[in-house]
Design a protein around this ligand. Structure first.
Ligand SMILES: *Cc1c(COP(=O)(O)O)cnc(C)c1O
Length: 461
């Protein structure tokens, strides 16, 4: 190991920024299963998908073979406004924990949207604009994706319509107003503005909504308007591809100082930040060049990897989207009201699902009070006030560092710090007041979700 002093923050020069995204599917022997048309159960074709997504994004979605995909100049230009993001050596946290482990985190909260989601929002808005579309529709849970997309759309002059999960719409008025500042139209979901929204309201009067519902409404809204397409902030392979900017920068920064990580940790909602962070490292493992441990962290209240089934399922509650093969709790599963809105999705990226299934990645579920303990500990020593979602990764990074303390091992731990938590202070308040509870669904609670998984030959749960 060369004896270079590691700075608190490792930045890349602008000239060292990645100019291509890395498509890990190219190096996977077992490719993720294709999206299926729910009516025919045949793989979705380019022609079918282009009615929902814009053309270039469909090509990326279907591309299992090109390892590198050029990042267009306009996107690179936008990236430069808030990237490269720093890779921070958590010296203060290490000291506090008295651990021999070396901890690094890649901080993605340094932009107005407060999370990594801008990395894909800008790409999706760019391709929509280039195709001459008028606007895009989408869903948002906690609001980070809607915020990122509204910023990206205002940059390119596209109309942006956001269906926001009703409970968040009511509890997070500040996020909503950020979106409106960037010109987006925000509708609480389920709403009366779509057929599927009206149906869901009739079946579940008074429901506070879910991501799955909001997706169904956004898809319907896109199809009902000329010149509109639907865009999604996670789960899809195209989103994971855009997020590889995180992992490529991380790897370039580590390489600069000859640092080799032992463990790479990220929180997993739909899988895009984790997939983006680990992709370049996973590629090395898949090609037989290196060996790393990867850990996905999810809430115990929405445990798709640790307790879900690996089957084809609907991506949305209204069952209007294609079927994806993934670890899933069932599209009808509505998680308890935990405070990590971005980790409440019932399924998981089909790329990560396949990698997990093949044993390349571990998964761990954590309870929210333990997550907020870690968040507070981190905030007090590292200064950054983390998002609840990101704090799932902090929890496991701390746990792993404490294990090193016991064994004396000097492991190098890298984790993804996906965003800041300024809009989540109600959750922090509950934690501080001792009003936060840990709810873990029983097998019985999970059963209705599993029962709703589509049944066809080869898709037994
Ligand atoms: C949306 C979000 C996540 C989870 O989404 P992934 O697609 O799994 O990355 C994590 N952290 C933050 C801050 C988010 O906004």
């Amino acid at each position: 190991m060369p004896n270079k002093e590691i700075p608190y923050k490792i930045y890349l020069e602008e000239s060292e920024m990645p100019k291509q995204w890395y498509n890990v599917r190219a190096d996977m022997k077992n490719k993720p299963a294709p999206l299926l048309n729910p009516a025919t159960l045949k793989p979705m074709t380019f022609e079918e998908l282009r009615h929902v997504f814009c053309d270039e994004l469909v090509k990326q979605e279907l591309n299992d073979t090109d390892a590198y995909i050029d990042i267009p100049e306009e996107i690179l230009k936008f990236y430069k406004m808030y990237r490269p993001s720093p890779l921070v050596r958590a010296y203060c946290l290490e000291e506090k924990l008295q651990t021999p482990a070396k901890i690094y985190y890649k901080f993605e909260g340094n932009n107005t949207s407060g999370s990594h989601k801008l990395n894909s929002a800008i790409a999706q808005a760019y391709y929509a604009k280039r195709q001459g579309l008028k606007g895009v529709t989408t869903e948002t849970g906690a609001g980070q994706w809607g915020t990122a997309l509204s910023m990206a759309c205002s940059y390119f002059g596209l109309d942006c319509q956001v269906y926001m999960v009703k409970v968040s719409y009511e509890q997070k008025p500040f996020r909503r107003e950020v979106m409106r500042t960037y010109g987006a139209k925000v509708t609480p979901s389920p709403s009366e503005t779509t057929e599927v929204g009206r149906r869901i309201l009739q079946e579940h009067p008074g429901t506070s909504g879910s991501l799955g519902c909001a997706i169904s409404e956004a898809v319907e809204a896109a199809q009902a308007q000329e010149g509109y397409r639907y865009v999604l902030g996670s789960v899809l392979s195209q989103v994971l591809l855009h997020q590889t900017i995180i992992g490529l920068e991380t790897k370039a920064a580590l390489d600069k100082y000859d640092i080799v990580p032992d463990i790479i940790i990220g929180c997993a909602g739909g899988g895009s930040n984790l997939g983006g962070l680990i992709s370049p490292f996973m590629g090395e493992v898949l090609r037989g060049e290196k060996d790393y441990r990867f850990i996905a962290v999810e809430p115990a209240s929405c445990p798709s990897l640790t307790r879900g089934r690996y089957v084809y399922d609907f991506c949305d509650t209204g069952k209007v989207c294609p079927l994806a093969k993934m670890y899933t709790l069932g599209s009808g599963f509505i998680p308890s009201a935990n405070h990590a809105g971005g980790l409440r999705y019932h399924g998981m990226s089909s790329i990560l699902s396949q990698l997990y299934h093949d044993g390349y990645m571990e998964a761990r579920s954590v309870e929210q009070t333990a997550v907020f303990q870690a968040a507070e500990q981190f905030a007090r020593v590292e200064g950054i006030l983390p998002a609840p979602e990101s704090s799932h990764a902090i929890r496991v990074a701390i746990d792993e560092a404490l294990k090193c303390k016991e064994t004396g091992e000097e492991k190098t731990i890298v984790f993804g710090l996906t965003g800041t938590g300024y809009f989540d202070m109600v959750a922090y308040e509950k934690f501080h007041n001792g009003q936060m509870t840990d709810y873990i669904p029983t097998d019985e609670d999970l059963k209705p979700g599993f029962d709703g998984i589509p049944k066809f030959p080869g898709n037994e749960i």
